[in-house]
Design a protein around this ligand. Structure first.
Ligand SMILES: Cc1ncc(COP(=O)(O)O)c(C=O)c1O
Length: 331
């Protein structure tokens, strides 16, 4: 992965790259197909190709043909802000549809196993059905709310008595020993590469308004999307990454010291946001814009609200409020 970063950086800056022996495998991971040495790669080939009328023949096109997800202005100059609304993805209604699609495409095998705190579980359940793969999911106890969804999908799953997704990793070893393939959202570089594509999509959207972000604010779980967006917009425009971690508990997010692969590759300012502050972010978004965002989105928006530097802020809102209603009820 590290060896890919200089090639990726040049590709992002120049919009073109002629693959060589050293970089072909990096670009295969990015383009989700085999790239051969000598091939000229163009950033435009990663732009979404939406069907304007939204008429689809295959359920998978709801995802691939549904991009771009909307980018909404949620703050005016001198602290202009744009939010990528990732709950417009069709399956888990979250950014994890993208991640999971890349994970599934990156592995061989018909039996897949994964640990998830929620959104990956649902996305993998659906993609397993659409791509003909048998899926087993381990859920940490806090993710119990996705069980009914997995039941409806008929996806095998087990709730474990552990609080963090990462602690559940131990349990998949038995499945792997029996031939299942671990898609591994925490370590599989397909996660990071997919979100370089997310960044290309956002850049394509922003460029229609002539906008270059100066800051990227994103929540860190695996760090797949925050690191990739930070890397892309850093390489292209010198933007700075602000990575949000929970000071107590926010579903989907983790503290960076708990071990994250990709955040280490990108200079980032890591900031703490609490559950209460995330809730305040959700309420402000709802009351200003009518947006019903999820907790990690609320945390990202809270961080934007408390920053004073002028510039253009790009935020990612990973999912909406509906998975968290039980959590909000008691607050
Ligand atoms: C709601 C939500 N927000 C944020 C994240 C963090 O995203 P990433 O894993 O790309 O760091 C996740 C990851 O599970 C999530 O489910």
């Amino acid at each position: 992965m590290l060896e890919c970063l200089p090639h990726l950086e040049k590709f992002i800056r120049e919009g073109r790259y002629v693959a060589d022996g050293a970089s072909a495998s990096c670009f295969s991971a990015l383009f989700l197909r085999e790239v051969k040495a000598g091939e000229t790669l163009r950033v435009e080939d990663l732009y979404p190709q939406p069907d304007a009328r939204r008429v689809y023949d295959r359920p998978l096109d709801l995802l691939l043909g549904g991009w771009p997800t909307p980018l909404l202005k949620v703050g005016e100059a001198p602290r202009e802000a744009w939010a990528k609304l990732e709950w417009y993805n069709p399956f888990s209604r979250s950014i994890k549809d993208r991640t999971t699609y890349a994970l599934v495409r990156s592995v061989e095998g018909d039996r897949l196993v994964e640990v998830s705190s929620g959104n990956v579980a649902i996305a993998l359940g659906v993609l397993g059905i659409l791509l003909g793969k048998k899926v087993k999911i381990y859920l940490p106890s806090a993710a119990k709310y996705v069980e009914p969804v997995l039941d409806v999908l008929g996806v095998e799953h087990e709730v474990l008595d552990v609080t963090m997704t990462i602690e559940a990793l131990e349990h998949i070893k038995g499945d792997v020993a029996k031939g299942a393939v671990h898609t591994n959202q925490f370590e599989n570089d397909a996660n990071f590469f997919m979100h370089i594509r997310t960044a290309v999509e956002i850049d394509w959207q922003l460029s229609s308004r002539g906008i270059k972000p100066s800051y990227v604010i994103a929540g860190a779980g695996t760090s797949g999307h925050s690191a990739a967006l930070g890397f892309y917009f850093g390489a292209k425009y010198g933007a700075r990454l602000v990575a949000v971690q929970p000071s107590d508990w926010i579903p989907g997010l983790r503290r960076t010291e708990s071990g994250m692969k990709w955040i280490k590759y990108v200079p980032a300012e890591v900031v703490d946001v609490s559950f209460e502050q995330a809730l305040e972010g959700i309420k402000t978004l709802a009351r200003r814009y009518g947006l019903l965002a999820g907790l990690s989105s609320g945390a990202v928006y809270f961080e934007y609200l408390r920053r004073r530097s002028e510039g253009v802020y790009l935020m990612v809102f990973p999912d909406d409020i509906y998975k968290y209603l039980d959590l909000l009820k008691y607050k």
